[in-house]
Design a protein around this ligand. Structure first.
Ligand SMILES: Cc1cc2nc3c(=O)[nH]c(=O)nc-3n(C[C@H](O)[C@H](O)[C@H](O)COP(=O)(O)OP(=O)(O)OC[C@H]3O[C@@H](n4cnc5c(N)ncnc54)[C@H](O)[C@@H]3O)c2cc1C
Ligand code: FES
Length: 231
């Protein structure tokens, strides 16, 4: 483990914050770090940039991370896991805090000159972050407070998926399961990549706590998996 200093905290309401570190990690979009804060547990978080994470408070540790201040010292292991693969013509689909790794991916693909479309949904406007950072995007909220009213799935159903070389997905479990079904029906599973979340302890493939149904470990064999590996 090594330590980093918190350089900046950008808050989006009470429950979500981007925490920027004093150093950049040699990393690729889709990779995660194990981050710890004093007496709290260590949690896996995707990098939302090479020098930061974007975290939503759902329990004690993530609450402590949302509340960090500039100058605080955090413990880091990683970056771990495999990254998303590159493409020239991409569709990014994100639900809720699943947008975190997608900002890093979007910036990286755009940096290489790729054409990127984004479909991003959340419960309401308060839960949306980075919506001002994407050029070619469709936004949806369940309560209609921002963008069209509906879910990510509604947005995806209106899209011609054949147009894209790769489709990248990150979001809540239910959304990802539904998208696997949609992609299978539309024969695009092979070109889709999903970022999975599981409870993690070691983060390096040793403890077995993140094993999924097909026997693969999310930390070491993922967290990015092809749709065809998951269906
Ligand atoms: C590879 C990977 C990347 C991740 N990237 C991010 C990220 O970029 N940003 C981010 O905010 N989170 C991310 N997560 C999820 C994050 O690790 C968990 O939210 C965190 O471990 C919860 O820890 P806690 O101690 O705060 O809450 P816990 O005490 O562990 O959980 C509190 C409650 O929240 C529920 N819960 C746990 N995780 C989630 C969740 N993801 N969504 C909704 N409810 C949940 C639990 O079931 C429990 O009921 C990622 C997870 C993985 C495996
Ligand atoms: S967290 Fe230990 S094997 Fe994945």
């Amino acid at each position: 483990m090594f330590t980093v200093r918190v350089k900046e905290v950008i808050r989006y309401g009470r429950n979500i914050a981007t925490v920027k570190f004093s150093s950049r990690f040699r990393s690729y979009p889709g990779q995660f770090i194990m981050l710890s804060h004093f007496e709290h547990e260590e949690v896996p978080l995707s990098l939302s940039s090479p020098d930061g994470v974007t975290v939503k408070a759902v329990g004690e540790t993530t609450r402590a991370l949302v509340n960090v201040r500039e100058g605080d010292i955090l413990g880091v292991r990683g970056p771990f896991g495999n990254p998303f693969s590159p493409s020239k013509n991409a569709l990014i689909i994100a639900g809720g805090i699943g947008i975190a790794p997608m900002l890093f991916l979007y910036n990286s693909l755009r940096g290489f000159g790729a054409s990127v479309r984004v479909i991003y949904g959340a419960k309401s406007k308060d839960e949306m972050v980075f919506h001002d950072r994407f050029e070619n995007a469709v936004f949806l909220t369940e309560d209609g407070s921002y963008g069209a009213q509906g879910t990510v799935i509604d947005g995806v159903k209106r899209e011609n998926l054949d147009r894209y070389e790769k489709i990248y997905v990150c979001g809540p479990e239910g959304m990802m399961s539904e998208l696997l079904e949609v992609f299978e029906r539309k024969s695009v599973l092979e070109k889709s990549e999903f970022s999975l979340e599981r409870y993690m302890r070691c983060g390096i493939g040793v403890c077995g706590s993140c094993v999924i149904d097909n026997g693969l470990r999310v930390c070491a064999d993922g967290p990015i998996f092809k749709g065809s590996e998951l269906f």
